[in-house]
Design a protein around this ligand. Structure first.
Ligand SMILES: Cc1cc2nc3c(=O)[nH]c(=O)nc-3n(C[C@H](O)[C@H](O)[C@H](O)COP(=O)(O)OP(=O)(O)OC[C@H]3O[C@@H](n4cnc5c(N)ncnc54)[C@H](O)[C@@H]3O)c2cc1C
Length: 394
């Protein structure tokens, strides 16, 4: 077995040496360097396009998915090796994708064979970019209160209503969406899960402009949108089960923000670079203690995630633990950026200009605040932990 793994490591190492472009072995300079794929993706360079094509072809953008759906078909140990080898050469992720981290797992569990064949391979190759239509103006934390009605018209549904806070709704090619199919049933029992092309007539998208000038999310309006019935996933009115399952994957994905990114310096190393110290120690003892505490928490969190992944592979369901991870990971990421802001002092407040890389640090720091809202707020995660892990009364 270990011989096989050694052979696999050699194979991965050789493949990466040959196929990962040099430019893709450097840290990302800004969020623009993240490759999201999709029909109209604006690649930053040929190297970025090539890296996606090669990884997608190999199925290594979704290494755990079965080969028959375009994935890598790798087992847990092989995936670990792939990650280690990518980290060793500081390779960037080839694809950032809600399709891989959210929709894909739900389709693998609830989709029918035709749907898996149709939707999964283009996700692996980064050809179709997905956005998430869950939240509505009056349904965020209380998501099951969503109202967007989809009315049965025989061989299709007609959807009306709207969604809000749809991340990258203006770049999404398709949406996975929760709709109300039975307005008379108890609220959790009248929801269905549907997929549709964002170019379907009747859909309009309005980016929400933030004070930072950016528009990471949108309002999406539906006016008599026709959804063929074969684009409904799972059983009619059983969308809530799919929604919850997908949310565990979304929460796990968001919790990764707590882990340090491949190729970036640790908080301690950054502090030594910026502030300096003597004998390999930061001069500021209070900051040193804060950083040490943070780095121990970060390490413990990384090991806990690693253990949980092994358990999932062995058939243990992550369930409510994803909420705990989401809470802890996003709080950890807030601490990381708070420390980085402290370390950089007034320089950290620069908002524009080349020296600050267009205020990257300040913008990233502000973005961490959103991590503890998206995918369900920290308060909601703590409610879930209290009820489903600690067994406290609801
Ligand atoms: C960066 C970002 C990206 C997002 N992307 C998407 C996306 O792509 N698709 C999508 O569908 N949605 C997305 N969202 C929306 C997100 O899921 C909601 O904002 C979130 O679920 C909270 O809902 P809300 O904004 O309606 O706040 P509310 O539900 O109105 O909550 C307001 C406050 O009340 C607290 N609260 C509410 N209920 C309780 C309770 N029972 N117990 C304790 N406290 C409570 C909340 O914690 C919060 O502090 C995104 C949000 C952000 C910030």
């Amino acid at each position: 077995m270990s011989e096989n793994l050694n052979a696999f490591r050699t194979e991965v190492r050789d493949w990466l040496a040959e196929n990962c472009p040099e430019e893709m072995r450097t840290p990302m300079r800004s969020e623009k360097d993240a490759c999201w794929g999709g029909r109209d993706f604006n690649f930053q360079s040929d190297a970025q396009r090539l890296w996606l094509e090669r990884m997608g072809e190999k199925g290594w953008t979704a290494p755990a998915w079965p080969k028959e759906y375009g994935g890598g078909g790798l087992n847990r140990k092989q995936i670990k090796i792939l990650k280690q080898e990518m980290a060793r050469i500081k390779a960037r992720g080839a694809l950032y994708s809600f399709g891989i981290n959210m929709l894909g797992p739900a389709l693998l569990k609830y989709g029918n064979e035709e749907q898996k064949q149709q939707y999964l391979p283009p996700i692996v190759r980064g050809e179709i970019r997905w956005c998430q239509g869950y939240s509505e103006p009056n349904a965020g934390s209380d998501l099951a209160d969503l109202q967007a009605p989809a009315v049965d018209m025989g061989d299709h549904y007609i959807l009306n209503g709207s969604k809000i806070w749809t991340s990258y709704g203006d770049f999404g090619d398709w949406m996975f969406c929760l709709v109300r199919t039975d307005p008379d049933a108890p609220k959790h029992s009248g929801i269905s899960f549907m997929l549709f092309d964002m170019q379907t007539p009747g859909i309009s998208v309005k980016p929400i402009q933030l004070i930072s000038g950016r528009s990471p999310f949108c309002e999406v309006f539906f006016k008599d949108v026709k959804i063929p019935k074969d684009q409904q996933v799972g059983e009619l009115n059983n969308g809530w089960s799919i929604a919850k399952y997908l949310l565990t994957h979304e929460r796990e994905m968001i919790s990764w923000t707590g882990l340090s990114q491949t190729g970036t310096k640790s908080v301690g190393e950054t502090a030594m670079d910026v502030i300096g110290g003597s004998d390999g120690k930061l001069d500021d003892a209070f900051l040193r203690a804060d950083i040490a505490k943070f780095e121990v928490d970060e390490m413990a969190f990384a090991l806990t995630i690693e253990r949980a992944r092994d358990e999932v592979k062995a058939g243990v369901s992550l369930g409510a633990v994803a909420s705990w991870f989401k809470f802890f990971g996003t709080e950890l990421n807030k601490q990381r950026y708070s420390l980085l802001m402290d370390i950089s002092g007034s320089d950290a407040l620069a908002w524009t200009g080349e020296a600050s890389n267009d205020g990257k640090l300040a913008r990233d720091w502000l973005r961490t605040k959103g991590n503890s809202i998206e995918g369900g707020t920290s308060e909601i995660q703590l409610n879930i932990v209290a009820k489903h892990i600690l067994g406290l009364p609801g």
